[in-house]
Design a protein around this ligand. Structure first.
Ligand code: MN
Length: 338
């Protein structure tokens, strides 16, 4: 009897493992009631959209997937290489990803405005929240037939707006412009026809009022992570020599800078030559780095020529100020409350 039970267990495990080894996607729960987005989006539209349309994308995707696809493949990975798959996979994988994002960024509650960091980025890229809305509404209205309108983050962490046809999206390798979506608005007729009929513009105006800015702000932070100083190794290397020479000079000890001025200048040259990480790259930072390199070189030359102690101290203080100007400019990006 015991042996039989063990055999049964083995067979159970085998079938469990083999069925689960195949990649399958699931319809995500909405997380709120179908009626929760009233009056902006009506309950019947939400119900049909989620339980019928999205369900069909998931089922058709699972049917279309090649059986040898590893179960560890994520939807994002699939989209990144979508050109290698059939149109059925392109349409349904897109449909699954796009709708999963859409449900997440809609809210029955939550914040009605973006967090400060995203708000700053929107103002920097579009001028104002109203301009962003008008641009997205116009892109959404212009999309002929069916598609989506997106707010995305590009590889330089800048925001941009685009629209895609059908169930394509900006993660796909076939996209006209690639980026990580933080807002995706469905402009298929099935998203609005029951309530708004042919008035896509009215729908776009109302759906904008139902956006969940807490979720969108979190998606933005994930797509455009805050800069970390450690991600800029040449400035960390410069800082090491600066700290070990400047701080003794504050105590009147100029021996370290007199011994290491050439090293400080070399580190500054390396800093100047290395690319500035995208999250820190700005006109001001580029100008300050150039000044740091020029002035580090000048200090080294003047020490080699036997400059007087007060002049060395003055120049080193100025270098230290320039260095901290760069640190300050970098941290503007790092801290929200500036
Ligand atoms: Mn849809």
């Amino acid at each position: 009897m015991k042996k039989f039970a063990f055999l049964w267990f083995q067979m159970f495990m085998f079938s469990w493992l083999t069925t689960n080894a195949q990649l399958k996607f699931d319809l995500p729960a909405l997380g709120y009631a179908y009626s929760a987005l009233e009056p902006h989006i009506d309950a019947r539209t939400m119900e049909v959209h989620h339980s019928k349309h999205h369900r069909a994308y998931v089922d058709n995707l699972n049917k279309a997937l090649p059986p040898n696809l590893p179960s560890t493949v994520t939807i994002e990975e699939l989209l990144k290489t979508i050109s290698q798959y059939s149109d059925a996979i392109r349409n349904n994988a897109g449909g699954h990803y796009n709708h999963s994002l859409f449900w997440k960024i809609l809210t029955p509650g939550g914040s009605k405005a973006p967090a400060k960091r995203l708000n700053d980025a929107i103002i920097k890229s579009f001028g104002s929240m109203d301009s962003l809305y008008l641009l997205m509404a116009s892109e959404g209205a212009k999309r002929f037939g069916s598609g989506w309108v997106w707010l995305c983050v590009d590889e330089k962490k800048n925001l941009f707006v685009m629209s895609t046809p059908n169930q394509d999206n900006p993660l796909m390798d076939i996209a006209e412009r690639k980026g990580k979506p933080v807002i995706g608005i469905d402009v298929w007729e099935h998203a609005y026809y029951l309530k708004y009929e042919n008035r896509r513009g009215d729908y776009l105006k109302e759906v904008w009022k139902a956006l969940n800015w807490d979720v969108i702000s979190a998606l933005y932070d994930a797509a455009a992570p805050k800069g970390r100083f450690e991600d800029w190794p040449t400035i960390v290397a410069y800082h090491k020599v600066m700290a070990q020479t400047f701080h003794p000079s504050e105590e009147g000890n100029l021996s370290p800078i007199k011994a290491r001025h050439k090293e400080l200048s070399d580190r500054a040259q390396e800093l100047l030559k290395a690319p500035i990480p995208a999250q820190f790259d700005s006109k001001e930072i580029r100008a300050a780095v150039k000044k740091l390199a020029v002035d580090s070189g000048k200090l080294s030359t003047s020490i080699s020529k036997g400059a007087k102690d007060p002049d060395i101290t003055k120049d080193l203080n100025q270098l230290h100020d320039t260095f901290h100007l760069i640190v300050g400019l970098c941290s503007n990006e790092e801290h929200e409350d500036h």
